[in-house]
Ligand binder design. Structure first.
Ligand code: UN1
Length: 502
C-alpha cells in the first residue's frame, strides 16, 4: 500500500470535511519507520462546539429511526469493513505498528462487534411484568440518551471505536468521536466507511486532536450527556472530575496489571505459549496484557527457563513483514517509559533475565523497538509488579501455593483480566470465584476477549460499567418504565391492590 505522505486530512462535522478553526495541524508518524503518514487538524473547543451542535441537531431525527433500520446501516458498515479488511490491516501495521495477524484480528473484532450490535437493532429487549392492579400494563424500554462523546486509544484503533460507536448508534445516539492522536488515519478511514454505509449527516462526527484541548472540551460540553473513554487511569480520573459537575454518564475502561497464575500441576508448554502471547502480543500494549506471571514453587525454575527461551526466539520487526512476531511500540515517549521501568526493576533488585533494551541497528533506530523483557525473582510489591508499563515486559513472581497465588494476583489496584493454568478443577473453580477481576481465563492467557461477553474490570480499571455484549447497552441507553392504565378509573398502586392475606 502506498503511504499517504504529507496529505492533509480534515475533521468531519455535520456531513462536511472541514479544517480546524485554528488551521493548526499535527502529524501521524509511523512507529516502525518514523515516516509521516499525514497531517491532521489540531482541533480546539470551537471545533468541538460545532461538532456537538451538528450531532445534537441530527439526534432529533436519528432517535426516531427504527432500531432495526439503524441496525441495517451497521450491517452495511460491517460489510464495508470486510471488503476493506486487507487495506485497514496493512494501514494498521504502518500507523499503529502491530503485526499483520493481530492487525487483521483488530479489524475482525470490529466486524464482529458491528454485526453483534446490528443484530441488537432487532432485540434491544426491555421487560414486561404484571401490574398489581387490574386493567393495567407495565413495561420498560431502553431510550437513546443524546450525543455521545467517544474518546478512544491507539492500541485497538479500529476495534475500540467499534465497541463504542456501534452500540451507541444502534441505540439511537449520535456521536462526536475524538480518536487518539497517534492513530488518526485509521479513525478517519473508520468514519469514512461509516458514512459510506449510509449514516445521515451529523450522526457521526470526528474531531481530531489532543486530549488537553479537543478531549477536554468534549468532556466539558453541556450537550454531551455520555462520555465513553478508554485510556489511562490518570486520564480517567481527570475525565470523571471534569464531567462531575454535570452528572454525566461516564464510562471508563482503564488500566490493568494482569497476572497469569501457573500452578505446579499445569501443562507448562501450554502455559508458556499463553504467557508469550499475552505478554508480548501487541508488544504488550493491551490493557489485558500479562505483565505478571505468578508461578508456584515446583514449576518456577522450569517455567522460567522455557519462557526466557521462548521470548528470545521472538523476531522483532516491521508489522507488515510475514516473519515478524513483535512490532514496535507506539512512540518515543512509550519507548522511554518502558525502558525506565527496566531501570526501576533493576534498581529494585529484580533479576533481568532477557531483553531490557531498546533494539538498535537493522533499521530499528528509525522506529520504536524494544526487546521482549522478562524479569525474575520479582517481589509482588515492586513497582514493576504494581504499575502498568504497557510494553513488552513481564515479571515472574514465585509463590508457595494456590491461595498465595490468588492473593498476589489480587494484590494490585487494577482488576481487568486474570488467568490460571491448572489441571485441578477445584482450584480452577476457586480461582473463578476469588480472582478479583472482570475477566478470568482458565488454561488460557489474559488476552483475547470475545465481543459478546461484557468487557471491563473491577477496582481502578473502571467505574463499574462494561462494554461489549448486552452490557454495552447499559452505557448508551437509559431505562424508561411505562405504566398504561386501561381501567378507565383512578387506581392507586400500593393502596388499591390486594394485600397478601387480605
Ligand atoms: C485493550 O487492550 O484495550 O481481550 C482491549 C483482548 C482484546 C481487547 C483488548 N480483545 O485482549
Amino acid at each position: 500500500m502506498a503511504l499517504t505522505g504529507t496529505k492533509t486530512f480534515k475533521n468531519f462535522i455535520g456531513g462536511e470535511w472541514v479544517d480546524a478553526g485554528s488551521g493548526e495541524t499535527f502529524e501521524s508518524v509511523s512507529p516502525a519507520t518514523g515516516d509521516v503518514l499525514g497531517q491532521f487538524p489540531r482541533s480546539s473547543a470551537e471545533d468541538v462546539d460545532r461538532a456537538v451542535a451538528a450531532a445534537r441537531a441530527a439526534w432529533e431525527e436519528w432517535r426516531l429511526v427504527p432500531a432495526p433500520e439503524r441496525g441495517t446501516i451497521l450491517y452495511r458498515f460491517a460489510n464495508l469493513l470486510i471488503e476493506n479488511k486487507d487495506d485497514l490491516t496493512d494501514l494498521m501495521t504502518r500507523e499503529m505498528g502491530k503485526v499483520k495477524a493481530e492487525a487483521g484480528g483488530d479489524v475482525q473484532e470490529a466486524i464482529d462487534m458491528t454485526l453483534y450490535m446490528a443484530g441488537e437493532g432487532r432485540r434491544m429487549f426491555g421487560q414486561t411484568t404484571p401490574s398489581e392492579l387490574r386493567d393495567k400494563f407495565m413495561m420498560s424500554v431502553r431510550m437513546p440518551i443524546g450525543v455521545v462523546g467517544a474518546i478512544t486509544p491507539w492500541n485497538f484503533p479500529i476495534a475500540i471505536p467499534s465497541w463504542k460507536l456501534a452500540p451507541a448508534l444502534v441505540c439511537g445516539n449520535t456521536i462526536v468521536f475524538k480518536p487518539a492522536e497517534d492513530t488518526p488515519l485509521l479513525a478517519e478511514r473508520f468514519v469514512e466507511l461509516l458514512q459510506e454505509a449510509g449514516l445521515p449527516n451529523g450522526v457521526v462526527n470526528i474531531v481530531h486532536g489532543f486530549g488537553e484541548d479537543a478531549g477536554e472540551a468534549l468532556v466539558r460540553h453541556p450537550d454531551v450527556p455520555v462520555i465513553t473513554f478508554t485510556g489511562s487511569r490518570e486520564t480517567g480520573v481527570r475525565v470523571t472530575h471534569t464531567a462531575a459537575d454535570q452528572l454525566k454518564i461516564v464510562h471508563l475502561e482503564l488500566g490493568g496489571k494482569n497476572g497469569i497464575i501457573v500452578l505446579d500441576d499445569a501443562d507448562l508448554d501450554l502455559a508458556v505459549e499463553g504467557i508469550v502471547w499475552s505478554a508480548f502480543g501487541t508488544s504488550g500494549q493491551r490493557c489485558t496484557a500479562a505483565s505478571r506471571v505468578i508461578v508456584q514453587d515446583g514449576a518456577y525454575e522450569e517455567l522460567q527457563s522455557r519462557l526466557v527461551a521462548a521470548a528470545e526466539r521472538l523476531r522483532l520487526g516491521y508489522g507488515w513483514d510475514d516473519d515478524t512476531d513483535v512490532g514496535p511500540v507506539i512512540n518515543k515517549a512509550a519507548l522511554e517509559k518502558i525502558h525506565s521501568y527496566t531501570e526501576i526493576g533493576k534498581d529494585e533488585g529484580a533479576k533481568l533475565l532477557t531483553g531490557g533494551e531498546v533494539a538498535s541497528g537493522n533499521g530499528f533506530d528509525k522506529g520504536n523497538f524494544y526487546r521482549p523483557t522478562v524479569f525474575g525473582d520479582v517481589d509482588p510489591q515492586m513497582r514493576i509488579a504494581q504499575e502498568e508499563i504497557f510494553g513488552p515486559t513481564t515479571a515472574l513472581i514465585r509463590v508457595r501455593d494456590a491461595d498465595e497465588a490468588i492473593r498476589v494476583s489480587n494484590g494490585i489496584k487494577y482488576g481487568l483480566s486474570s488467568s490460571i493454568y491448572t489441571r485441578d478443577v477445584n482450584k480452577a473453580f476457586r480461582a473463578m470465584r476469588d480472582l478479583a477481576a472482570g475477566i478470568t481465563y482458565i488454561n488460557a492467557g489474559t488476552i483475547g476477549a470475545e465481543v459478546h461477553l461484557p468487557f471491563g474490570g473491577t477496582k481502578d480499571t473502571g467505574n463499574g460499567h462494561r462494554e461489549a455484549g448486552q452490557a454495552a447497552l447499559d452505557v448508551f441507553t437509559e431505562w424508561k418504565s411505562i405504566y398504561v392504565d386501561y381501567s378507565g378509573k383512578l387506581q392507586k398502586a400500593q393502596i388499591d391492590n390486594l394485600k397478601p392475606g387480605a
